[in-house]
Write a protein that binds this ligand. Structure first.
Ligand code: NCD
Ligand code: ZN
Length: 349
């Protein structure tokens, strides 16, 4: 059989992205805008984006940072806190500014100190969201000293997510960056209204990749990569083309100084290579035909948006790259995700 070396798909969107702010925003935004038409922008700035007014201002900063020759639509989210005002959420959604609300359990990940401590306190906001069809994006990890970090997603699903879905059956829920087969099962067990995003790196890495033969800080992210059986379940879900799963890169840049430290922070910067990695993964699993659904069609469908009209061309060559190993951000560097294999696919620009 002839090997497929090119693939044209509707332009992808990224349904989970960290763009940061200031100098970092300026440096990383072009890598996303080059390949993706839209992205759901995470609100975990410091301080977090908690109100419609803050989301509006952040959106303006993103658009100001966009090189003039590029087009890109940031889809803004609000960071849910114990004091989020349901009226503000409703107004932001109605104005078309707010695309989703993000639930971070307090203390779960980077800049999540303001997150929700007790889900009961936000029931009023969730009721409003269910009523107006605004999705809740969930960082699905419990934060409890007695729960092992590798079990945090599975325990969250059992103790928080299943009850939440039962309490708000019409609430649209996205389990973000699914890392376990329990997460895949949670999404598949729904009768609609629940979806899951999957990152390129969780399709590629298991926890051995991060820890065997030396600790690799650039493979550390949250939720942390799990056992191989989980990675295989994610591969199956993504490459199936099932409309409940779509791409959220969770591209999360941090300066190398912050990553390569005695207490290195979580986050993988994959925006420059996300699509190339996906093409490799889908090809490996004999599923190139499902790539468009995962990267370009399933997400818009869940968000009740049209897919993008323009297309991108993915091409495979005999030699890998070239890809930048690092990018400059001021005087610091940000390391680009290295999948650990020869990356011969690229997006033709
Ligand atoms: C994210 C970040 O750096 O903002 N880190 C990560 O490991 N994914 C936060 C997050 O989405 O959990
Ligand atoms: Zn994230």
């Amino acid at each position: 059989m002839n090997e497929r070396t090119s693939l044209r798909i509707a332009r992808p969107d990224d349904w989970h992205l960290h763009l940061r702010d200031g100098e970092m925003l300026k440096a990383v935004l072009p890598y996303t805008a080059r390949h993706f038409a839209r992205a759901i922008v995470m609100p975990n700035l410091s301080p977090p984006v908690t109100t419609t007014a803050m989301a509006y201002a952040y959106r303006e900063r993103i658009l100001a940072a966009l090189p003039s020759a590029m087009t890109f639509t940031p889809l803004m989210t609000l960071y849910l806190t114990d004091t989020t005002d349901a009226g503000d959420v409703r107004a932001g959604a109605k104005a078309g500014l707010i695309s989703a609300v993000k639930l971070y359990p307090a203390g779960a990940t980077t800049n999540s100190a303001h997150g929700v401590r007790d889900i009961e306190r936000v029931h009023g906001v969730l009721e409003t969201m269910a009523e107006i069809g605004l999705p809740l994006l969930v960082h699905g990890e419990v934060v409890a000293d007695d729960v092992d970090i590798f079990d945090r997603e599975a325990v969250f699903i059992d103790t928080v997510l299943f009850p939440l879905r039962e309490r708000f059956p019409s609430l649209k829920i996205v389990l973000e960056h699914v890392t376990t087969y329990q997460g895949v099962d949670f999404v598949m067990a729904a009768d609609g209204g629940t979806a899951g995003t999957i990152t390129p790196h969780h399709l590629i890495l298991n926890r051995n990749a991060m820890l065997v033969g030396g600790m690799r800080p650039h493979y550390f992210c949250l939720p942390v990569a799990k056992r191989e059986a989980h990675r295989l379940a994610l591969r199956k879900a993504a490459t199936s083309g099932d409309e409940r799963f779509f791409l959220g890169t969770d591209s999360a840049p941090h300066g190398d100084g912050a990553k390569q430290s005695a207490c290195g922070c979580a986050g993988i910067f994959n925006a420059p290579v996300a699509l190339a990695c996906l093409a490799h993964v889908f090809e490996e699993d004999g599923a190139l035909d499902a790539l468009e659904r995962f990267a370009s069609l399933n997400g818009p469908k869940f968000y009740a948006l049209e897919p993008n009209r323009d297309t991108v061309m993915l091409e495979k060559s005999a030699a890998p790259g070239p890809f930048e190993a690092q990018i400059d951000v001021g005087t610091d560097k940000v390391t680009v995700f290295d999948p650990g294999f020869r990356l011969c696919w690229r997006v033709r620009s």
